[in-house]
Design a binder for this molecule. Structure first.
Ligand code: UT7
Length: 341
């Protein structure tokens, strides 16, 4: 499969140009709804089994929004935690990564801006599906390094379960809901984002989709996915972008303290880690407990790694994502954010 050329972001930060600001994740927040859908719950809904789901995906349970909860309400909660941990700065922009907004208009970013009582700064959504957080980080990194902005509130929030067809066993077992947020700032001292890659290839737009298509019998009201093709494309892109990020940052696989990939399928994660030569002890995995939360997946995992004390300042992290579009990308960074709740 051809690898599309990458729009490239961050070589300057890798070499630390004189006086160039470096973008850092200053703090994180997350919100995962209380409602749980276990594999036993899935067995009661469709022709599946706990054994199949665990063996083929690694997922044991996923969370589900309650009535009234949306990408905006979850994103607000995650944002409040991240802002509080950073000392409640007024961000210069609010960027929300989501593909599951409850409203087409206004954007989820503006709804969260309203909920937070903020106003004036630009607020907008990015839809890059599961790569949304990486895209938002890439954009924030550019805005900060160019000195256009100093502080960006990045939120990734997904209410996917309302978009799932619970009679389609090939997709319904995969997805869960959740949100996470990061205050990304122009940092001093060491650490921060070392390299970013982001890319897309619309030639594979048919792999995962939601919405009306002429040939869609059910009017496009559910997420549809060609599982095997998506799996193959994801593994190829994960490996490729990881190798590019390592080269950009001047690191080898041995230099990575934590590999924190998008949590879509444990087999994708294991295949990538094996190919890179990163032992699973240095891979953050929570797909077993949250399923695939699309754009929120990487920041939820980062938050969990930091909150549990595994991810510590100064450590080197590589995160990679892949999703509908198809989109993919990743970030190499030295961790600077808080380590506890
Ligand atoms: O976040 C965006 C990126 N998304 C991903 O990366 C997801 C990538 N894809 C995957 O994770 C995997 O392809 C799936 C988990 C979706 C499917 O696993 P697979 O090993 O690729 O299975 P398959 O689609 O090739 O299906 C194998 C069999 C089929 O039965 P037959 O045709 O062999 O009789 C399916 O009907 O497994 C069947 N199957 C199921 N059986 C029990 C599909 N889903 C289920 C299920 N329970 N939930």
């Amino acid at each position: 499969m051809p690898i599309a050329p990458f729009l490239h972001a961050t070589m300057e930060t890798a070499t630390g140009g004189m006086g160039t600001p470096v973008a850092q994740i200053l703090s994180l927040g997350s919100y995962i709804p209380d409602g749980v859908l276990t594999n036993a719950d899935m067995e009661a809904m469709v022709d599946t089994s706990d054994t199949w789901i665990v063996e083929r995906t690694g997922i044991r349970e996923r969370h589900r929004v309650g009535p009234g909860d949306t990408a905006a309400s979850m994103g607000e909660r995650a944002a409040r935690e991240a802002l509080a941990k950073a000392g409640n700065p007024v961000p210069d922009a609010i960027i929300v990564a989501t593909c599951s907004a409850a409203t087409r208009l206004p954007s989820t970013a503006c709804l969260i801006q309203q909920r937070l009582g903020l106003g004036g700064m630009p607020a907008f959504d990015i839809n890059a599906a599961c790569s949304g957080f990486v895209y938002a980080l890439a954009l924030s990194d550019s805005l900060i390094r160019s000195r256009a902005l100093r502080t960006v509130l990045v939120i990734a929030s997904e209410a996917l379960t309302p978009l799932v067809d619970y009679t389609d066993r090939s997709t319904c077992v995969l997805f869960g809901d959740g949100a996470a947020a990061a205050v990304v700032g122009s940092g001093g001292g060491d650490g921060g984002i070392r390299a970013v890659r982001w890319a897309a290839d619309g030639a594979e737009a048919d792999l995962i989709y939601y919405g009306v298509r002429e040939d869609d019998p059910d009017g496009g009201r559910a997420i549809r996915m060609a599982g095997r093709g998506t799996f193959r494309s994801a593994v190829t892109r994960f490996i490729n972008v990881s190798e590019l990020l390592l080269a950009d940052a001047g690191w080898t696989a041995d230099d990575i303290d934590w590999f924190i990939p998008h949590q879509a399928n444990l087999r994708i994660i294991e295949a990538t880690a094996k190919r890179l030569g990163v032992p699973m002890e240095r891979v953050i995995v929570n797909v077993d407990r949250v399923g695939n939360t699309s754009a929120a997946s990487i920041p939820i995992a980062l938050h969990e790694a930091a909150a549990t004390g595994r991810l510590r300042p100064g450590q080197r992290v590589v995160s990679v994502a892949f999703g509908s579009g198809v989109t993919w990308g990743g970030v190499a960074l030295e961790w600077t954010g808080q380590t506890s709740r």
